[in-house]
Design a protein around this ligand. Structure first.
Ligand SMILES: C[S@@+](CC[C@H](N)C(=O)[O-])C[C@H]1O[C@@H](n2cnc3c(N)ncnc32)[C@H](O)[C@@H]1O
Length: 330
């Protein structure tokens, strides 16, 4: 239903181009169940993407409710604005380009009421995967930005970071065993005057950097290195760390926060933040009475993270790593 949509977009130059914004929502039924949006409520979709969640949530909140849908990617924003031109509840939606790390400023700018629910489906859309040089499966310029107005691309990082810094990015965000060899190869090529411009250049140098016995596993290393660069380019983990406490503070009492993550680095941040909210008194056990006055602020709704059903995985293999966690605010 959501997969392929083509739109003619009018550029400022007066030319047209064809946009095919493609994304199949992941864990959609589960998100709807945990968010539990009701008629008249105000919900924020912090990662609009193809609008798969937003459209369904809109049907739940109906004509009395409101949605603020945010995305860093201007293409996602333009695509969705076009998608809803004939939509019955379109006046109930605000579509905003922005970073969910600044959700507080975006909400206040749009005078949006305290949300009853906030959802974030982290990472990237299928459209971005196919158009931004994020995958080594197709040869494209090494860009990787969700927000094309931001200056730093993957190409910039590969051609400017020093060896130590590159190695740290590969280790921290890709957990790649051969980070040292790959960082050294990047810097070695640069010393010879080569510029690493395309996904195929990066893939090739990864193959060359790997020791012979593991060269046949080059795709696994490439997946990790490409992920690491994408996280670095888009400041994904910093944005998530900024977003969570702001989103939670903004929620109305009884409001719900649901987050879908796609790798262990993100999931760990979400899990730790949610667990922290459930903690009460932190006074040492030898204290006769509580002096810190801390009370639990939320209840976790997902004891274990929710993952995709076998039925969903049959239709969409990209749902494989997805993990949904949700809380309700007291
Ligand atoms: C997995 S897609 C969302 C798909 C959406 N739930 C749907 O059903 O179509 C993730 C989206 O989050 C956006 N995104 C990533 N980081 C962001 C950030 N810091 N702020 C706002 N949007 C972000 C990406 O541009 C991408 O469009």
């Amino acid at each position: 239903m959501y997969r392929t949509k083509f739109y003619l977009i009018l550029l400022n130059s007066g030319q047209f181009y064809l946009m095919n914004y493609e994304h199949t929502p992941v864990l959609l039924n589960e998100i709807l169940a945990f968010l539990d949006a009701r008629p008249g409520q105000n919900i924020v979709d912090a990662t609009l993407g193809g609008g798969g969640y937003t459209s369904e949530i809109l049907n739940k909140v109906g004509s009395g409710g409101k949605i603020l849908a945010i995305d860093l990617d201007q293409d996602a924003v333009e695509n969705y604005k076009l998608q809803i031109t004939n939509y019955k509840f379109k006046d109930q939606i605000i579509v905003a380009q922005g970073n969910f790390a600044q959700i507080d400023k975006i909400i206040s700018h749009h005078k949006f009421p305290a949300p009853d629910g906030i959802v974030a489906d982290l990472g990237l859309s299928s459209y971005e995967l196919e158009h931004r040089g994020i995958s080594f499966k197709t040869d494209q310029p090494l860009d990787m930005r969700f927000d094309l107005s931001q200056p730093e691309t993957a190409k910039f990082i590969l051609n400017n970071y020093d060896e130590q810094r590159l190695r740290k990015v590969f280790e921290d965000y890709g957990e790649e065993k051969f980070s040292r060899q790959i960082a050294r190869r990047v810097v070695g090529l640069r010393a010879k005057g080569e510029v690493i411009k395309h996904t195929a250049d990066l893939y090739q140098l990864i193959v060359e950097a790997l020791p012979k016995p593991v060269k046949h596993k080059a795709d696994d290393s490439a997946r990790r290195i490409f992920q690491a660069l994408r996280i670095e380019v888009n400041h994904e983990l910093e944005n998530l760390k900024d977003f969570l406490p702001k989103a939670f503070d903004l929620l109305a009492p009884g409001g719900r926060l649901a987050v879908v993550s796609f790798h262990s680095l993100e999931d760990r941040i979400v899990k730790q933040y949610f667990v922290g909210l459930t903690k009460g008194c932190v006074c040492p056990p030898e204290f006769p009475q509580c002096l810190c006055g801390k009370n639990p602020k939320a209840k976790i709704l997902t004891k274990k993270p929710i993952t995709a059903s076998a039925e969903e995985l049959k239709k969409n293999s990209r749902a494989q790593p997805a993990k949904l966690r949700a809380i309700v605010k007291f």
